[in-house]
Design a protein around this ligand. Structure first.
Ligand code: C2E
Ligand code: CA
Ligand code: CA
Ligand code: CA
Length: 275
């Protein structure tokens, strides 16, 4: 830090230590979060753009801490990853999502799958496969009804172990979607090496459609590429009717976003399935 006045420097320092403190606080509280029953899920529906029916839900983690109040997943998931707490939290999320899916499916047998976000740290856990298999067999769910959402970054950090790990799940019948597609450092040639079913076009490329000409071109290109590689395409973060219309016109398969529905708690998710 050069040329910062004395006061500026102190201010900066104070901010920094506050953040470290906050991080530690979150870490401590997170350790008790599962046993305190503070972590739960919301479910955001995904709509088939042709039939306009719900085909799936994405499970999204929520944490209402006794001590710290509501902490969004963007904040606590990275801390859970750094501290290894994501292993237990991830297992809890997976089981909660499976349990909910059984209820959803009984209300609406045409539901195709539930999408669950999986952190790359979980794939490195040697018990992960067995844990997941035990859960799906307990709830009598076919692996093909579970979509594992992995980020583009994980897939593109190409390594034998990522590939082997994904292949193992694929051989067991699980589906894979690539989350936040387009935001990482994608090398298209890597895509075809991985067992992928679905590409999720990041909200950043859906924003401003159809006025934003760059996003119109990018989303068109991603949908066309995905189709030619035989992937299904989900557009994330659809907030307006014009976006839905455009995406449907370029043959995007599935839409997700506030325009259709915000993430819902379990009861609300069950309710919209009945309508
Ligand atoms: P993501 O997986 O990309 O999830 C989509 C995020 O966009 C969600 O935020 C969702 O609520 C939000 N969203 C959906 N539609 C719209 C829309 O139309 N407009 C806007 N502005 N936002 C929309 P959320 O639930 O806060 O989750 C944030 C991120 O935290 C997720 O991004 C994911 O990376 C991570 N995350 C959430 N739950 C889990 C989990 O169970 N496990 C792991 N590993 N990560 C999770
Ligand atoms: Ca996701
Ligand atoms: Ca995403
Ligand atoms: Ca995201």
């Amino acid at each position: 830090a050069k040329n910062l006045g004395k006061n500026n420097y102190q201010y900066y320092n104070k901010q920094l230590s506050l953040n470290v403190n906050e991080q530690l606080q979150i870490e401590q509280a997170l350790k008790k979060a599962i046993s305190n029953n503070e972590i739960y899920l919301n479910y955001q529906p995904q709509y088939d753009l042709v039939s306009r029916k719900i085909t799936a839900f994405e499970a999204l983690a929520r944490w209402e801490s006794d001590e710290l109040g509501f902490i969004p997943p963007d904040k606590f998931i990275p801390i859970a990853e750094d501290t290894g707490l994501i292993i237990d939290i991830g297992k809890h999320i997976f089981e909660t999502a499976c349990k909910a899916y059984v209820e959803f499916k009984s209300l609406n047998p045409s539901l195709k799958y539930i999408a669950i976000n999986i952190s790359s740290v979980q794939f490195k856990d040697k018990n992960f496969v067995d844990d997941i298999l035990e859960i799906v067999s307990t709830y009598k769910i076919k692996p093909s009804e579970i979509e594992l959402e992995v980020t583009e970054r994980y897939v593109m950090e190409y390594s034998e172990s990522n590939l082997n790990s994904m292949q193992q799940f694929r051989d067991l019948g699980f589906r894979f979607s690539i989350d936040d597609f387009g935001t990482g450092y994608s090398s298209m040639s890597y895509l075809t090496k991985f067992p992928i079913d679905v590409i999720k076009v990041d909200k950043a490329f859906i924003d401003g459609i159809p006025k934003d000409n760059n996003n119109v071109l990018i989303s068109k290109a991603i949908v066309a590429l995905s189709k030619s590689l035989n992937y299904k395409v989900v557009a994330e973060g659809i907030e307006e009717k014009v976006q839905e219309d455009f995406l449907k016109s370029i043959s995007c398969d599935i839409g997700q976003g506030y325009f259709f529905s915000k993430p819902l708690n379990l009861e609300a998710a069950k309710k919209i399935l009945k309508i």
